[in-house]
Design a protein around this ligand. Sequence first.
Ligand code: HEM
Length: 391
Amino acid sequence: PYPLYEELRKTPVLHEEEDGPYVFSSYWDIEALLHDPRVSSDAANLTAAGADELSKPEETGLPPSFIRLDPPEHDRLRRITNSAFGPPHKPRRIDSMRGELADIVTGLIDGFGDARQIDLVDQFAYPFPVTVICRLLGVPREDEPKFRGWVDPVVASLDPDTRRDADAEFRKTAQEARMQLGMYLSSLVEQRTKEPQDDMLSDLVSSHGPDGAMTMMEVLSTSLLLLIAGHETTVNLITNGMLTLLRYPDILARLRDDPGLSANIVEELLRFEPPVQIVPQRSTIADIEVRGVTIPKGSRIWLVLGAGNRDPERFSDPERFDPDRGDIQHLGFGSGVHSCFGAPLARLETQIALTELARRLDGPRLVEDPPPYRQNAVLRGPRHLNIAFDA
Ligand code: HEM
């Protein structure tokens, strides 16, 4: 249970400090605000206090990606990305990746070797999504280790824990990795412009739809968005997923016998333990009234998805993990125009990962419960998840 969220929901419109954010924790308010055109995601509308790494152009030297833009610019970039992700004239790229995802998962589990205890984060959940994004974008296999070597410090440098503890040397490594990653992607994009291949980068630069193609800078910004938005989130969904299944062994046993259950399990996980707990990147561009309270134009807004997902006004028995619930319309992927672009991929990755882990690990059990968590209010997930098993 999340006692803090229960407390929060008692004050549905919470505003504690004059220049602080308005915090929303009820399911229906969050859902409505995510669809409200008076609520902006534009980085330019966020005060310095509300902006994050992805929103600060000086950190990346790139134009803002579509997660930090409002329509119509958001829609143009998202549509082009979508046509590269799942062109309407051929099977969606991710559907054709099912076999490849299963191979990556099998390879990672085989990599456990004779060990009888593993850290699921380091040995499985962390390397999986970055390998998938490499394949999706079209990073050549031989470059994958190099690419991952850059992504690791870049992603780590976004984590508040690491940022707090980072010394000058780590900062330098992360900055260098960010530059190398940018340069590598630029050269790959240039190559794909000249000689298109069957991959997402080629489709992004050669898109011929009514929206035209992206500029080189837009492609870079979009590729980094896919990498960053799709990394830690997926790591946490897989890790939160295995943690939850180990706490509900009857459901783990059912999944082992019936992989068909994985779709409902993943949906219920996105409600019960969503990796993104808060959407803090919103501001009002007009006065808005919610439950009789006027939120003035220019206010920062935090939407606590994790609290909305356990709102008893929306879900019966919300504190129970129950993949058999009929109606799992959760907020785990957000909602509205910015609802998660990578949702179909994240679902497929997690379904395959959990099913294979359930099938291959014999007698799995938690070494430590609760495991150590990342100190991060937005992205929730264990820093390590040690699991022991018999074979
Ligand atoms: C947006 C969650 C995986 C790409 C979002 C948002 C949430 C979310 C809550 C809404 C943010 C907002 O409203 O400001 C998750 C979770 C994931 C996941 C829980 C894994 C379990 C992925 C993956 C990708 C991805 C794998 C890419 C391949 C994106 C993008 C956006 C987004 C591009 C921005 C969409 C837009 O602004 O239109 N995600 N995500 N996500 N996600 Fe995900």
